[in-house]
Design a protein around this ligand. Structure first.
Ligand code: PMP
Length: 384
């Protein structure tokens, strides 16, 4: 095996997920979209599959879909991008982030990321041959600390990877934070890669802030997005990169080698979306957030109220057990799967205080999971 692969290991959550499936536990850990893609999208994809459109799309993506992505970027990020030269369709945000990393770094370079972080990042950075340099988000408000970023810079730093709205904390970084970070990147010749897969989900009247809309983004920002969450079609594996023509050219060179292109017939389907008619789910998800936060507080957990995204991170130190053991007990004894915080830090020990839950799963099942957790945490019996 390559050193690269031995260093990465498998997803920490995988073992618990297997156990949860065996036991039939209710999963409130994973951010699987609860709904279906828009009907016109499914119809158009079906027509493409049965109508002889089963071959390659252009590597950079179908123009019609790039136009849709540009329209979404205008509406949700307030940014104007040229579908011809600034949009690339990828196989999910996962390929988008990897392409962005490979486009701007060389082996041995360092990439700054913020912890806690989406579980896949450290491994993706290592897969690119680069070295993850974690910078903690400052609790309890999980603010981005520019001083800490500056302190983590070395002559080998090439890129900064930020996720906003943030999985797992629920931060939606504000304009001061994003502009400050972009300024720092521009000042040091770095590229800021933002993973904005939850861009459509910001709460309490907030606005999603993308560096692409800020002055100076030009050669210093690559935005990664996805239709996985935006159109609730995570199995279609459609995502995208937005960047200046020069950075887009670099991203496309990588993309042609990683996957050549995203699935053609599914792009035909996604391109049929009626962007103007898209429902805004954020009000619904905000209500679900409020409900989950209230229930968790009743259980005695300390919760940061999410500003965006699909997750809540709760402190569990009051229960006297590290989160990985607590999560295992919850699966075995209560039949509930939550994500232990140990999955979101390069050093698992840093995540022992936290568990992550989502508020986007089936309402009835979520209630049942919360009831089971209440019985478990209060030491009572439960029936499953
Ligand atoms: N980035 C973040 C922050 C995510 O939470 C997820 C999905 N959980 C992804 C990327 C993966 O997105 P995609 O399905 O588009 O590859």
């Amino acid at each position: 095996l390559s050193r690269r692969v031995s260093g990465i290991g498998s997803m920490r959550l995988a073992g618990l997920m297997r156990l949860a499936t065996e036991i039939g536990a209710i999963d409130i850990a994973l951010g699987i979209p609860p709904g279906e893609p828009p009907a016109e999208v499914v119809r158009a994809a079906t027509a493409a599959l049965t109508g002889g459109r089963n071959q390659y799309a252009p590597p950079e993506g179908l123009l019609a879909l790039r136009e849709v992505i540009a329209e979404l970027a205008q509406r949700r990020r307030g940014v104007t991008v040229d579908p011809a030269t600034e949009v690339t369709i990828t196989c999910g945000a996962t390929e988008g982030v990897l392409n962005a990393l490979l486009a701007v770094t060389d082996p041995g370079d360092e990439v700054i990321l913020f912890e806690p972080c989406y579980e896949n990042y450290p491994g993706m950075i290592e897969l690119a041959g680069t070295v993850p340099r974690p910078v903690p988000l400052a609790g309890p408000g999980w603010r981005l600390d520019l001083g800490a970023v500056r302190a983590a810079l070395t002559p080998r730093t090439r890129a900064v990877l930020l996720n906003t709205p943030h999985n797992p904390t629920g931060r939606a970084f504000d304009e001061d934070e994003v502009a400050g970070l972009l300024g720092l990147c521009a000042g040091h010749g770095l590229v800021l890669i933002t993973d904005e897969v939850y861009e459509g989900y910001v709460y309490d009247g907030r606005r999603h802030v993308s560096p692409l809309g800020l002055p100076g983004a030009g050669e210093h920002a690559i935005v990664v997005g996805s239709l996985s969450k935006s159109l609730q079609m995570s199995g279609w594996r459609l995502g995208y990169c937005l960047a200046s023509p020069a950075l887009t050219e670099a991203v496309r060179r990588v993309h042609e080698r990683t996957t050549v292109g995203a699935p053609g017939p599914l792009q035909v389907g996604a391109a049929a979306v009626d962007v103007a008619a898209l429902a805004d789910d954020s009000a619904y998800f905000q209500r679900r957030r409020d409900h989950l936060v209230a229930r968790l507080e009743e259980l005695g957990l300390t919760v940061f109220r999410p500003e965006g995204g699909w997750f809540v991170l709760a402190a569990v130190d009051a229960f006297g057990r590290p989160s990985d053991l607590l999560a295992e007990d919850l699966v075995r004894s209560a039949g509930v799967l939550v994500a232990p915080g140990t999955s979101f830090f390069t050093d698992p020990a840093d995540g022992r205080r936290w568990v992550r839950m989502t508020f986007v799963r089936d309402e009835g099942r979520t209630e049942e999971a919360l009831d089971r957790m209440r019985k478990f945490l209060s030491g009572g019996h439960h029936d499953r």
